[in-house]
Design a protein around this ligand. Sequence first.
Ligand code: SF4
Ligand code: MG
Length: 324
Amino acid sequence: MLLEVRDLHVEFRTRDGVAKAVNGVDYQVDAGETLAVLGESGSGKSVTAQAVMGILDMPPGRITGGEVLFRGRDLLTLKEDERRRVRGAEMAMIFQDALSSLNPVLSVGDQLGEMFVVHRGMSKKDARARAVELMDRVRIPAARERVKQYPHQFSGGMRQRIMIAMALALEPALIIADEPTTALDVTVQAQVMELLAELRREYRMGLILITHDLGVVADVADRIAVMYAGRIVESAPVHDLYKAPAHPYTRGLLDSVPRLDLKGRDLCAIKGLPPNLANVPPGCAFHPRCPMARDVCRTDVPPLYEVSETRGSACHFWRECLHG
Ligand code: SF4
Ligand code: MG
């Protein structure tokens, strides 16, 4: 297994007290596999990814428990310099906002080239040639000329391709993409997603795709983990989950988008708001919003029940949901 997250806990200190942003998350990604992590903002999906990447080491966020096994090694026990090496060469992250992730005063060629100079000890000239190759690889037209340009001279979609090129530069085993297409318009979104999916296949990388957009997930993911209030509430192969959700929250998400036009819609026409993570409701955290909630839901936290060998649901009444 490429990546295995086990019982991960992350806390934040907030005005309202300690917020359990990630509260016992388990997930796995194998080489060549795409895991989509789906949820509303504040569900803990980004924080989990930041903990995996090791970019969460600063207050107010704190990892309070669990393991992040990368090729069997627990990254949480590594020293910072070892950690940095893994982060640079073996895993990479793509963010939503390319403009603030790229350096505005360096040409894209210099930024891409720097990866090869720093990590591969290449000469500037060779690094520049590799930068052009990479830009070609992510299908930026006229790469040879555009390599000299600055980030602001590219469109949003092209900038996102540059981010992908940066992430790919050292051929990492794992890429984590956090809302990589959210800022783009729908057609460009589809192109960028297609490119990511294609590169993932070609390089046999593991890909974790964090999104709030069900439309994006359907075409590219192998598995989905649905997060709510810092926990995974459903985990399933993508087709199973679409066919019949085993958790009322997932059902709500599916029902809230018109099935013939999934693309580019926000999640959640579900009534109510996600809970304050410093003050999560007792029992099932979803109970105040759940149309199926009963007494037991207000007192007993549902474990992730085994629905099948490849599927789990954290709902006491998953059977009813699945067959209802
Ligand atoms: Fe709804 Fe109860 Fe299931 Fe939670 S455990 S999702 S409240 S039915
Ligand atoms: Mg986020």
